[in-house]
Design a protein around this ligand. Structure first.
Ligand SMILES: [Zn+2]
Length: 132
């Protein structure tokens, strides 16, 4: 999911609450919630990316779960990102840590694509009147 604008949407009622970057609290005029802007964004990301239990529900009610290996990769990404933030910018160790983060991000991307492609293929196989 794209983290852009996640702090604009209300994590409580999903209404868009436009705000300038220097406003650090999220106060929603629709549902009245007042929380830290970053917390609001974090809840939005969690809800849209990791919090949902099924990835797809087809029109006949079949559901597909989220790929489970992503949790492991996200944990690795979190640790690698933390390690990167402790490095001096521009140093060799910074470069190494940066590459590590990039590799994990690429794996997450690949694994997402692989999973969705496989699900799409299996749906297409069974409902051959679609997209053939
Ligand atoms: Zn709200």
């Amino acid at each position: 999911m794209n983290p852009k604008n996640t702090s604009q949407d209300c994590s409580n009622c999903e209404e868009k609450v436009p705000k300038e970057l220097n406003i650090r609290t999220h106060s929603c005029s629709h549902c009245g919630i007042v929380i830290d802007r970053d917390l609001n964004a974090a809840i939005n990301i969690k809800n849209s990316d990791l919090g949902i239990t099924s990835l797809v529900t087809t029109s006949d009610g079949e559901t597909f779960a989220n790929p489970k290996n992503l949790n492991k990769l996200h944990k690795k990404l979190r640790l690698a990102g933390k390690s990167l933030s402790r490095k001096t910018k521009g140093s060799n160790n910074y470069q190494k840590a940066r590459l590590k983060v990039a590799r994990i991000q690429a794996r997450i991307k690949d694994s997402r694509l692989d999973y969705t492609h496989k699900r799409a293929y299996s749906i297409n196989q069974r409902k051959s009147n679609c997209c053939s």
